[in-house]
Design a protein around this ligand. Structure first.
Ligand code: NAD
Ligand code: UD1
Length: 341
């Protein structure tokens, strides 16, 4: 079975490509490398001893897509390609809507033309918005995401629903990720953010490796046990395996009456201070930090109800916070400058 993975050179994509290859799938990656390096693909090939068809191209470019679907027989698409910097999305919303929404529509149109009907979409817990109580469960209505980035995910979920209603053959899954962290246990592939990291773990790891002086903890006056926010951190390898489980399930379904939605998380919340402590314990590296004001748009706490993925996909997160810290550190300390070393 041939799987087209858009954004497959990125953080989650590269780990998923590795898992797909290990499961015997043939993988074609389409990535414009706007936030990644082809080195990630080379390392996946080394780790798996298998080859990937890599195409440098853009989902916003209809000709690039047409070339891929004309040249390759594609059975299923896993669509990671997107821009994901929440802060930037507030400053440049049109860039985000163009890349994430128009890019997805181009892809779906090309799939329809070439009668490719199986689709797995990278959605996010951000689609639950601020209104829903946690833990988030798939039956909740979509909320109002706190950023234009989040809005793009919500819109694409809606587009998929409409497309599903209009086309009986179309089978789609939206996977709502919680907070992926960690790296492949080899330390060969991992998260390589450009510039100053926005997310917690890459920042913690860069402080520990000496690239940044200290971490800023955004607020310790939240109504949580230690005053810092709670999130559902899950190991990126568990998340990658979740995609394989989703694909294995999708291909067994003859039709789907609606888009199948699954939370991919662990079902527990961990505070920022507990993350710092776990990182220090597992790595022996101090993480100096100072507490500052809350970050705009942050919610005090959220985590997943992950029961549906367990029941239907037979998937659940297996790796604990300690493994997440050890693997983050192995990647960061072996590759202090990411893939560009
Ligand atoms: P990433 O930036 O590492 O990977 C995205 C990849 O897509 C990159 O390789 C980038 O070069 C590529 N890309 C972007 N726009 C493209 C385009 N127009 N055409 C072709 N390639 C393009 O990000 P990631 O963390 O691996 O995230 C993957 C997906 O998961 C994204 O859709 C993201 O929104 C979603 N997601 C991520 C998180 C997270 O915490 N990392 C959480 C929820 C959802
Ligand atoms: C952020 C995004 C969310 C996106 C998710 C995964 C915002 C408001 N939300 O969520 O839309 O889906 O990433 O990509 O950006 N923290 C610090 N110091 C730091 C960095 C983070 O204290 O330098 C804290 C944050 O306040 C938060 C926690 O660490 O409490 C996790 O932050 P982060 O990794 O950015 O993830 P989310 O806030 O969950």
């Amino acid at each position: 079975m041939n799987v087209l993975v858009t954004g497959g050179a990125g953080y989650i994509g590269s780990h998923t490509v590795l898992c797909l290859l290990n499961e015997g799938y043939h993988v074609i990656v389409l990535d414009n490398l706007c936030n990644s390096s082809v080195e990630a693909i080379k390392r996946v090939e080394q780790l798996t001893q298998q080859s990937v068809t890599f195409i440098e191209g853009d989902v916003c470019n209809k000709q690039h897509l047409e070339n891929v679907f004309t040249k390759h027989k594609v059975d299923c698409v896993i669509h990671f390609a997107a821009l994901k910097a929440v802060g930037e999305s507030a400053l440049q919303p049109l860039k985000y809507h163009h890349n994430n929404v128009s890019g997805s529509i181009n892809l779906l149109s090309c799939m329809a033309k070439h009668q490719v009907n199986q689709f797995i979409f990278s959605s996010s817990a951000t689609v639950y918005g601020e209104q829903n109580p946690y833990p988030y469960i798939e039956t909740m209505p979509l909320g109002t995401p706190s950023s234009p980035y989040g809005t793009t995910k919500m819109i694409v979920e809606r587009v998929l629903e409409d497309n599903n209603k209009a086309n009986v053959d179309f089978k789609a899954i939206s996977l709502r990720y919680f907070n992926p962290i960690g790296a492949h246990p080899s330390g060969e592939i991992g998260e390589d953010p450009s510039g100053i990291p926005n997310n917690l773990l890459p920042f913690v790891a860069q402080v520990a490796v000496g690239k940044r002086e200290k971490l800023t903890v955004f607020g310790d006056d939240y109504p949580t046990p230690d005053g810092t926010c709670l999130r559902d951190y899950l190991h990126v390898m568990d998340l990658a395996e979740g995609h394989v489980a989703a694909l294995n399930w999708l291909k067994q379904q003859t039709t789907l009456d609606e888009v199948a939605v699954f939370n991919l998380g662990t079902g527990t919340g961990t505070s920022v201070l507990n993350i710092i402590r776990a990182f220090e314990t597992e790595t022996g590296k101090p993480v100096p930090y100072e507490v500052a004001n809350r970050r705009e748009g942050d919610l005090p706490a959220f985590w997943a109800n992950a029961d549906k993925a367990k029941q239907v996909l037979k998937w659940q997160a297996k790796r604990d916070i300690n493994a997440m810290m050890q693997d983050t550190w192995r990647w960061q300390s072996n590759n202090p400058d990411g893939y560009s070393k």
